[in-house]
Design a protein around this ligand. Structure first.
Ligand SMILES: Cc1ncc(COP(=O)(O)O)c(C=O)c1O
Ligand SMILES: [Zn+2]
Length: 398
């Protein structure tokens, strides 16, 4: 199969070279172009095998998998009743091998690395992608380089280091670092599978295919996704667009991206009707994993969302922490603040009166709360201390 990359903006195609994932004219991320007609989903096997006809791979190597995917789609019934919501489900991506949805993209990109004979891989990461790339790189016996922002929480950095990856904390501009990684990669033969890498995005499609499979024969009306670089949401949309082109589904869900207000360049461009994302100065929010001031997939995501009637919204730190608490207390789901944005976004859309009672809504819960314990200092937890003698009285008082 002769693989091609397509630029959504100038519609030119390019050879699918993982080391050159941006359009040289438009400077926008390229996407894998596969004809969708005649493709089908297989009924058994792990996700890479079931959806192989929609993926740019020649086969699935068991030796590269860590058991990612096939995550549950959990009905959130208590939440639905308590907040008078339509039917809502959580696609629980926290259960992936390194605790986030990143593994879905990493496994496909590592397959591509192996197929093209690359022995060195890398990523520019705020944390979760570093841990994922390091783990899959270790399993593939590849050398891994993780370039992290200076303010990356130490526990996230160390959890990539434990797999033997080289960790480089970079002072300075994140956007510049992103572009620089490709120049360094070409010089040293390192495939930087960054957040908008076309093969990584192909892996994110599988989350969408599984949502389709799990709700079948019904379709979701809305899918809420946290957005940083935009890669994840681009992948989910691409999945449903391809299912539609293959004649498997009649219509697309409405996709709603959610950003943290403290770093919301894509939401700002969306609400002001701009076609291009402007860099945010001094970004900051409690949702550290999605604080990307110059998202590389921003313009492409804006374009795709407008084409398919989607939207991007922004929520405050307070709304995010409340949503994190609600998911943990009402449904037993302990996720990252970045992931809790989806519930905050859904509550906002409910307040705008957009849902109909028979709508079906899916929240993609992207990463495990265990990755950021210090943030729980912001949550009012029921913490007490007692002696054996005072324990009775304490329990009676709670
Ligand atoms: C937990 C979590 N959720 C969501 C995202 C956003 O994904 P993307 O950068 O592909 O938009 C990230 C990205 O780092 C993340 O770590
Ligand atoms: Zn182009």
């Amino acid at each position: 199969m002769m693989l091609k990359f397509l630029c959504h903006f100038c519609t030119d195609t390019f050879p699918a070279d993982p080391m050159a994932p941006f359009c040289p004219q438009c400077r926008e991320p390229l996407l894998v172009e596969l004809p969708s007609a005649g493709r089908r989903i297989h009924s058994s096997g792990p996700p890479l095998e079931r959806f192989m006809e929609f993926l740019p791979l020649s086969g699935a190597y068991e030796s590269l998998s860590l058991g990612e995917g096939d995550s549950p789609l959990l009905p959130l019934i208590r939440l639905q009743h308590k907040f008078e919501l339509p039917s809502v489900w959580a696609k629980d991506e926290m259960l992936n091998p390194t605790g986030s949805f990143k593994d879905r993209g990493t496994v496909v990109a590592v397959h591509r690395a192996k197929d093209s004979g690359v022995r060195k891989i890398g990523t520019v990461s705020t944390g979760n992608m570093g841990a994922s790339t390091a783990a899959y790189g270790a399993r593939a016996g590849m050398q891994v380089f993780v370039l992290a922002k200076e303010d990356t929480p130490r526990e996230k950095l160390l959890s990539a280091g434990v797999h033997g990856a080289h960790l480089v904390q970079i002072r300075g501009d994140y956007g510049e670092l992103f572009l620089k990684s490709y120049r360094v990669g070409s010089r040293h033969g390192i495939y930087f599978m960054n957040s908008t890498d076309p093969f990584r995005i192909e892996g994110y499609k599988i989350i969408g295919f599984e949502i389709y499979e799990q709700l079948r024969p019904r379709l979701p009306h809305y899918i809420f996704v946290p957005v940083s670089s935009g890669g994840h949401l681009i992948g989910l949309m691409k999945a449903f667009i391809e299912l539609s082109r293959a004649g498997i589904i009649p219509s697309l869900p409405v996709f709603i991206g959610v950003q943290a207000q403290g770093c919301s360049p894509i939401a700002q461009a969306f609400s002001s009707g701009r076609a291009r994302v402007s860099r945010v100065a001094a970004p900051g929010s409690v949702a550290q994993s999605i604080n990307n001031p110059s998202p590389p997939g921003g313009n492409l995501l804006l374009h795709m969302l407008r084409e398919h009637d989607g939207a991007v919204t922004a929520v405050t730190d307070e709304e995010i922490l409340t949503a994190q608490r609600i998911l943990a207390r009402e449904e037993g789901l302990f996720c990252l603040p970045a992931s809790a944005t989806v519930l905050a976004g859904m509550l906002k859309i409910r307040d705008e009166g957009r849902f109909r009672p028979d709508d079906r809504v899916v929240l993609v819960i992207t990463g495990s709360g265990f990755k950021n314990i210090p943030v729980l200092e912001h949550q009012a937890l029921s913490l007490h201390s007692a002696t054996p003698a005072s324990l009775d009285a304490l329990i009676a008082s709670l």
